[in-house]
Write a protein that binds this ligand. Structure first.
Ligand code: HEM
Ligand SMILES: [Ca+2]
Ligand SMILES: [Mn+2]
Length: 347
């Protein structure tokens, strides 16, 4: 196979080999992160590190740059390097905690902060069953100045605003849907600060398609006292629904793409690496980067029991279909009484 034809070098640690000697330095970083930051689980810290990749990278505006303004360096580590400034931006609420946990780890390795942010997020993703294998490229330069405020999407932004912002960094409407696959392993701490770690789907510990199914169900209640800025009614007790996810699931530019993921784990897994790979190098001169994807762990497969389903108590009658071209697929309903979704644990 092509892999066997690639010459590998022995790493100085005496344990690992790599296709490029520069990747050797990442093995101890990976092991440190998995053990001491994630405790080997797809839980809060892995989710937050994964989210941080987006908040660092998306703070970049080619449109503003074309007008001669500095508008962020993209995946340049600025959210960690200038954390006193950037973690105070409203859209970055809550990122201060994961930044504080990442800093001592960055300090004990020789890796750029910009690379660390993207690497830690990719490693976090790889701990989640069902996640696809993504790329990791090494060699980003660190930021010398903070990104300006206003570039990270907010859950109360209009669909027009979110799509325009992401188009500025190169993502088409349908690719915004691909990116939002990330919300299958996600929860909110600050949308309703009285109920931190309230998940966006019933399975925040696995990278499955439930997020796309559940966001299409009619909203019935709030997980907390409700109607916070950026929050809309959710269909399940203990589940948080962002207004932005609700609207993008129902907008005629994105609804059919959204629906197409509900019953297609294969498409879901194949599309995410493309958009995540591009996100991870926003603003970066990628001609000098080295492919170290081999250092990332291979994600565990989805458990066989994880098949697309309507949560207990829900059926096709609860769906608010929004794709005019294709009827919403139907799924078996989980047995039992309607359940309350547990909050994501801290590990
Ligand atoms: C496009 C518009 C997006 C909006 C408006 C948005 C908004 C949000 C909000 C409000 C939260 C909850 C934050 C909190 O209160 O703790 C959240 C969580 C999260 N977001 Fe997004 N997001 C977007 C796109 C993305 C993308 C592209 C990624 C890809 C990496 C992503 C990854 C995550 C993750 C992993 C979490 C969960 C963090 C945790 O569980 O601690 N989001 N998002
Ligand atoms: Ca999930
Ligand atoms: Mn969180």
């Amino acid at each position: 196979s092509p892999a066997q034809l690639t010459r590998r070098v022995a790493c100085p640690d005496g344990k690992n080999t790599a296709t490029n000697a520069a990747c050797c330095a990442l093995f101890p970083v990976r092991d440190d992160i998995i053990k001491n930051l994630f405790h080997n689980q797809c839980a809060e810290e892995a989710h937050e590190s994964f989210r941080l990749t987006f908040h660092d990278a998306v703070a970049f505006s080619p449109a503003a740059e074309a007008e001669g303004k500095f508008a962020g360096g993209g995946a340049d580590g600025s959210i960690v390097l200038f954390d006193k400034i950037e973690t105070n931006f409203h859209a970055n609420q809550g990122t201060d905690e994961i930044v504080a946990l990442q800093k001592p780890i960055i300090a004990r390795h020789s890796i750029s902060t910009a690379d660390f942010v993207q690497f830690a997020g990719a490693v976090g993703l790889s701990l989640c069953p069902g996640a696809p294998q993504v790329q990791f490229l090494l060699g980003r330069k660190d930021a010398t100045r903070p990104a300006p405020d206003g570039l990270v999407p907010e859950p109360f932004d209009s669909v027009d605003k979110i799509l325009a912002r992401l188009l500025d960094v190169g993502f088409q409407d349908f690719e915004v849907v691909w990116l939002l696959s990330a919300h299958t392993i996600a929860a909110a701490d600050f949308v309703d600060p009285t109920i931190p770690r309230t998940p966006f789907d019933s399975t925040p510990e696995i990278f499955d398609t439930q997020f796309f199914i559940e966001t299409q169900l009619k909203g019935t209640s709030f997980p907390g006292k409700g109607a916070n800025q950026g929050e809309v009614l959710s269909p399940l007790r203990g589940e948080m629904r962002l207004q932005s996810d609700f609207l993008i699931a129902r907008d005629n530019r994105t609804a059919c793409e959204w629906q197409s993921f509900t019953n297609d784990q294969e498409k879901f897994q194949e599309t995410f690496p493309d958009v995540f790979g591009r996100l991870a190098v926003l603003g970066v001169d990628n001609s000098t980067l080295i492919d170290c994807s081999e250092v990332l762990p291979v994600p565990p497969p989805l458990p066989r029991s994880a098949v697309p389903h309507f949560p207990a108590g829900k059926s096709i009658r609860d769906v608010e279909p929004a794709c005019a071209e294709t009827p919403f697929p139907t799924f078996p309903t989980d047995p039992g009484p309607a359940t309350t979704i547990a909050r994501v644990p801290n590990v």
